[in-house]
Design a protein around this ligand. Structure first.
Ligand SMILES: Nc1ncnc2c1ncn2[C@@H]1O[C@H](COP(=O)(O)OP(=O)(O)OP(=O)(O)O)[C@@H](O)[C@H]1O
Ligand SMILES: [Mg+2]
Length: 510
């Protein structure tokens, strides 16, 4: 099961708090009593050493120091002479057999005694009022012993240190030990209570701390996950001046860099795909073109070859037959010549290097000249041609190429005119353009072919095109010339025929 970093941190902090609470509880229960005894022992030993150093045989000389030590330790200090007399007692400060005048009167052990009189001491020394039971004994050094005693009447334990002083006097320090084990239990109970409270409060704190502390990490994780899904719109908003803040900045930077790099990569990939597709199309077009050209050359070449061989073999016996053979060879050679010229034209126009020779010219004059040239041919074919143009119409463009466009359209109109056998050429002037229309009566072009007729070698009706010897290149040349001029062109079917049109830049009469 996945556990969040927040939960982990919270559990870790809580465990740490529990650990400390249990450690201090255990230490209190197990070690407090030992520590207390050790500490008291150290105090007793150091105090006894101090007394040993200061003691010259007369307690009076250091009575103040003895009293101070006794009071600060909370212990009774006794000094015995070698013959067992009490030379000093912190309970009854006897100094040189006289009770110290520092002892307050109510504590005088002998009410009738005058301060300057010798202390009436019962002899022999009275039995100790209580019974002491020695629990343990430990030799500290050559002249000191430490005992643990239990007063069976008072039920109190004492720590007693005996040390040999100068003059063979003996020092006894008796320190009552508080019932420390009980205190330790109470302390442990209190600590358990405070521990529970501390854990509760600490738990709440740890919960919020873990949430706060891990929030940036969770945010970074979320951003990194979006980045892995290539979504670079998410940005890190951590505003901290530490390693996590720096990490946030680095991730933002990385995201920007990746975004740019991947966008660039995508762009280049698309470009590459487009290039590959373009190359594929070009290659296909090239193959089609070669197959089309060879297809178109096949028939005239076969005819030329056949008739030329016929002439050589003297199959045509008479003059007329030979003339007929020759005219067919010439005819087919002319067709091939036209095909080659058209192809050259087209490849020039499509090469991108062809330069138009633009000039202003009168479109009306051009149209009238062309109509004049066609008069005989049209008359022979029984076609009526009508020209409708203004007296003068100034346009700008490459006059030779524009004438080529017109001738291609008129030739097509002648080849396709039917029914009324009528062709009409007319011009409409717009603001910046003059549009030339070439109409012929006849059958409409199928809608699905209207787009395709502008591509090389496309023929709507193969058989019919073969009749008039077309290659399907005329309209491709129209398209190429119009594109070079930057002008539009088009075709539309009308109820009784077809209208082709193209535009030229109009020169405004000033
Ligand atoms: N006026 C028209 N009426 C009907 N169909 C036409 C007309 N003009 C062109 N087309 C169709 O468009 C095709 C392409 O014309 P395009 O001028 O490019 O070639 P073509 O006339 O067949 O041969 P080329 O012009 O190379 O001698 C023609 O084969 C024909 O089917
Ligand atoms: Mg044509």
């Amino acid at each position: 099961m996945k556990r969040s970093i927040r939960t982990k941190l919270f559990l870790g902090l809580s465990a740490l708090m529990l650990f400390f609470v249990f450690i201090s509880l255990g230490m209190t229960l197990l070690g407090l009593e030992k520590f207390y005894i050790w500490q008291k022992k150290e105090i007793l030993i150091s105090s006894s050493k101090k007394i040993y150093d200061l003691y010259e045989g007369n307690p009076e000389a250091m009575s103040l120091e003895l009293e101070r030590l006794g009071n600060t330790m909370g212990a009774g200090i006794l000094i015995f002479s070698a013959d067992g007399r009490i030379k000093y007692s912190s309970f009854f400060p006897v100094i040189n057999d006289k009770i110290s005048d520092r002892m307050p009167p109510p504590f005088l052990p002998f009410p009738d005694h005058k301060a300057d009189e010798p202390v009436p001491r019962p002899h022999p020394f009275p039995d100790p009022p209580h019974h002491n039971q020695t629990l343990s004994k430990e030799t500290i050094d050559n002249n000191s012993v430490l005992e643990m005693q239990r007063d069976t009447d008072l039920k109190i334990d004492f720590m007693v240190l005996r040390r040999q002083l100068k003059n063979n006097d003996a020092l006894v320090i008796r320190l009552p030990l508080a019932p420390i084990s009980e205190s330790a239990t109470v302390a442990a109970q209190f600590m358990a209570l405070t521990g529970v409270l501390a854990i509760l409060a600490g738990g709440i704190w740890a919960f919020f701390f873990a949430g706060n502390f891990t929030r940036p990490v969770r945010e970074l994780n979320r951003i990194a996950q979006s980045m892995s899904k290539l979504d670079f719109s998410q940005k890190c908003t951590i505003n901290r001046r530490d390693e996590i803040g720096e990490l946030g900045n680095s991730i933002n930077h990385l995201s920007d860099q990746l975004d740019t790099a991947i966008s660039e990569l995508n762009r280049k990939n698309q470009q590459l795909m487009a290039d590959v597709e373009k190359e594929r199309k070009l290659d296909k077009m090239r193959k089609e073109f070669v197959s089309n050209v060879s297809h178109e050359l096949k028939t005239p070449l076969a005819l030329i070859l056949g008739y030329a061989e016929g002439l050589k073999e003297n199959i045509a016996q008479d003059e007329d037959s030979r003339n007929y053979y020759c005219s067919i060879i010439i005819d087919e050679a002319e067709k091939m010549d036209k095909l080659v010229r058209d192809l050259l034209n087209l490849s020039q126009f499509d090469s991108g290097f062809f330069k138009l020779s633009r000039a202003d010219f009168d479109l009306s004059i051009l149209l009238k000249e062309i109509v004049l040239k066609y008069r005989t041919v049209l008359a022979e074919k029984g076609i009526t041609l009508e020209l409708d143009t203004e007296e003068s119409c100034l346009v700008n463009g490459d006059i030779l190429r524009s004438e080529q466009v017109l001738l291609n359209l008129i030739n097509n109109a002648i080849d396709h005119t039917e029914f009324a056998r009528k062709i009409k050429i007319y011009v409409e002037n717009y603001n910046e353009k003059s549009r030339i229309y070439v109409y012929n009566s006849g059958r409409p072009i199928p809608t699905e072919s209207l787009e395709k007729i502008w591509t090389s070698f496309y023929k709507v009706d193969e058989a019919r095109t073969r009749e008039y010897g077309g290659y399907g290149l005329g309209l491709s040349i129209v398209r190429a010339i119009q594109e070079l001029h930057g002008n539009r062109y088009g075709v539309e079917n009308v109820p009784d025929g077809v209208i082709f049109w193209f535009e030229l830049d109009r020169v405004q009469n000033v």
